[in-house]
Design a binder for this molecule. Structure first.
Ligand code: SF4
Ligand code: SF4
Length: 670
């Protein structure tokens, strides 16, 4: 029954196969050449962890099946697993074009593996057909807002459906004609055979032939179409997961002294992982649905960044890999300001919600900050409000421009030693941060933290006027030069005092000290104050008053504490130990919703769309809790402002975890 048994049949088969393989190889090689030409990205470490992720995330489809997307996730996972399941079938199919009844060793019709495989294949092929119909229904009838309608998706779905239907039709025709599908006991073949028996032997053979050639054409067409479509992710998703970012929190360093260009101007400035990310985006829109900027009407949509970059990158590809030369006057696209609008770039809070939501672990923050770097360092183009912040950071070492001499004023009367006094050995340096030192709300948090540490007998000191901003706002807004200046100064101070352990009460400081200062030679054990507080309560080093009962709180996860550093439990443990019942907001922990202040947004006007903090406060209010806890001074400011702006000041109190614990702590000397 082999349609290639005739010489013309074999010629058509071989020519089609060679042409499609050559086309596929050419397309893949050019895409791979761009990866080779891109900037380096250190992703060749911790192979155990990387491959474990491939098992759970690629093969296991864990993120695809995340609770918020269970329906769509099951649909995708079944299509994916079905695809893997029919992979061996495709090898048998193509081999069968050359040799009647071709099969891989151990998978013949007489082996248990071969017979079991055919049952398995039939089940998955039926499941895939069902899921393709569901996917088509979703796209045509349901039309979720996050999905971009496209002919590409329609074409791919119909190709997948055709592959499955033709394969099952071949099994049915073979069973009707032969009593078995190529000698295998195919359940689908047996189920369909009665339908085809009416055609008689010649009809079954003809139907088989048509199905065979259609299957071949679809398979080879699919192969050639994949690299030029958004379904390139069928090929790139495994490397995307394998080379995913394992450490979050730090931004790439720039060697300011030896670089001629800073940040991302064009595609040639991207790292190979960035290019892979642009290739891999499936346009599923999960990042869009998670993005606080998009949710509040800002011009930023992370999915659109990938779409726009891909649309501009693919026509540039031959020039980028040196296969074509630019004509006179012709230029490759500039990314910030041309391919990606500057408003889009300045809208990002660097919260990483998009990265957390993406099933392919596609990264945005480094790319967005990379483009901001080009705007700030090369073009001196940034929002007007940042001018004052940069000036203040440069002159006074804090974004408010307050006197460095006043940095330790918050601690007046608390008898906290300065590192400079060097009077006694201390276990921790308490890193106060600019908000803790100068902001009225932040000062209360600093005092509460200090009181808790003292109550527990923890020895600590502060830097006072020797502390300066960690540089986080400068770095996240693209001013790497200013960041490195501030960071180098701090690292020098910390190393001079031989600091080993730091408690930080601001997640931005915590993140920078922990994840970014090692890039400049500062290696410290850094703990967030909520972690220390939770530990001190658990160890019985501070005692809490008896719970009143019925007191509720909702906790807002700071992006730089939670998503960037995985600290979710400690603040909740501290609040529970203080006798409070936590009412979680729908968007919490990994799926937490930014307050709107990250990525330097704290220092910029929020003039576009609605306000992120109002959105968040509305969600907090819906829990019914009268107390909103945060563990970040900037979140606290945003939430408190949101509470005031929405007229909820009478019903909702916003406090830091440290304030809540300190107010419920039983003093030993009381
Ligand atoms: S980091 Fe946050 S604000 Fe920026 S694109 Fe991603 S989800 Fe949106
Ligand atoms: S970046 Fe990820 S989450 Fe966003 S559309 Fe692309 S694949 Fe989906």
């Amino acid at each position: 029954m082999r349609p290639t048994a005739t010489i013309p049949g074999m010629i058509v088969f071989v020519v089609a196969l060679l042409l499609s393989l050559a086309t596929f190889a050419y397309l893949i090689e050019s895409r791979f050449a761009l990866l080779r030409a891109a900037k380096p990205s250190a992703r060749l470490d911790r192979w155990g962890e990387r491959w474990a992720g491939v098992l759970t995330q690629f093969l296991g489809q864990r993120r695809i099946l995340s609770p918020g997307y269970l329906g769509a996730g099951i649909m995708h996972a079944l299509i994916f697993w079905g695809f893997l399941a029919v992979g061996l079938n495709s090898v048998h199919f193509v081999g069968g074009g050359f040799v009647e009844g071709f099969h891989l060793p151990f998978f013949g019709p007489a082996s248990w593996a071969g017979r079991a495989y055919v049952v398995f294949r039939d089940l998955f092929e039926c499941a895939v057909i069902g899921m393709v119909l569901v996917a088509a229904y979703r796209r045509v009838v349901v039309r979720p807002a996050r999905l971009t309608p496209s002919w590409d998706a329609a074409l791919i779905l119909s190709m997948i459906g055709t592959l499955m239907v033709t394969d099952l039709a071949m099994a049915g025709a073979e069973t009707a004609f032969d009593g078995a599908a190529s000698g295998y006991p195919s359940p689908a073949g047996h189920a369909l055979a009665p339908l085809f028996s009416a055609l008689g032997a010649p009809g079954s053979v003809a139907l088989h032939g048509v199905s065979w050639w259609l299957h071949l054409a679809t398979l080879l067409g699919f192969l050639c179409y994949l690299p030029v479509s958004k379904h390139f992710h069928v090929i790139t998703s495994l490397p995307s997961v394998l080379f995913r970012r394992l450490d979050t929190g730090s931004l790439p360093m720039i060697d300011l002294e030896n670089s001629e260009r800073f940040g991302i101007t064009g595609f040639s400035d991207l790292r190979w992982k960035d290019v892979l990310d642009v290739y891999s985006c499936t346009e599923c829109g999960r990042c869009e649905a998670a993005c606080p900027a998009y949710a509040t009407g800002k011009p930023l949509n992370p999915k659109q960044i990938n779409e726009d970059m891909r649309d501009a990158m693919m026509p540039s590809l031959p020039f980028l890999i040196g296969r074509k030369s630019l004509a006179e006057g012709q230029e490759l696209p500039v990314l910030p300001g041309q391919t990606i609008a500057t408003d889009v770039l300045w809208s990002c809070t660097t919260c990483r919600a998009c990265e957390q939501a993406c099933p392919l672990f596609i990264e945005f923050v480094d790319r967005i900050v990379g483009m901001r770097r080009k705007l700030v360092l090369e073009d001196s183009s940034f929002p007007e409000e940042l001018k004052a912040s940069y000036r203040n950071l440069e002159k006074a070492g804090n974004p408010w421009g307050q006197s460095a001499e006043a940095r330790g004023d918050w601690a007046e009367g608390l008898d906290i030693p300065l590192m400079a006094e060097g009077k006694r050995e201390v276990e921790y340096l308490l890193w106060v941060g600019c908000a803790g030192a100068y902001d009225e709300r932040g000062k209360k948090v600093a005092r509460a933290t200090a009181k808790i540490l003292k109550e527990a007998g923890v020895t600590f000191a502060i830097l006072g006027k020797e502390e300066t901003c960690t540089g986080d706002p400068a770095r996240r807004t693209g001013n790497e030069y200013l960041y490195q200046m501030l960071a180098a100064q701090n690292v020098e101070t910390l190393n001079r005092y031989g600091v080993k352990k730091i408690v930080a009460q601001c997640p931005h400081c915590f993140n920078t000290l922990l994840n970014e200062y090692p890039q400049l030679g500062g290696h410290y054990e850094v703990i967030h104050h909520s972690e220390v507080i939770a530990r001190l309560i658990a160890d019985g080093r501070i005692a809490m008053s008896a719970p009143v009962g019925g007191e509720t709180v909702t906790f807002h996860d700071s992006c730089y504490l939670g998503r960037h550093n995985g600290v979710y439990d400690a603040p909740r443990q501290a609040l529970s130990s203080a006798g409070l019942t936590i009412l979680e907001m729908p968007r919490s922990r990994e799926n937490g919703f930014c307050c709107g202040a990250g990525g330097g947004r704290m220092w910029m006007e929020e003039s576009l769309g609605t306000k992120v903090n109002i959105n968040r406060v509305d969600e907090a209010a819906e829990t019914g809790a009268g107390l909103v806890a945060s563990a970040c001074p900037f979140c606290m400011t945003m939430l408190a402002d949101g509470v005031n702006e929405t007229g909820r000041a009478e019903t909702i109190v916003v406090q830091d975890v440290a304030q809540i614990v300190a107010s419920r702590m039983v003093r030993k000397d009381a």
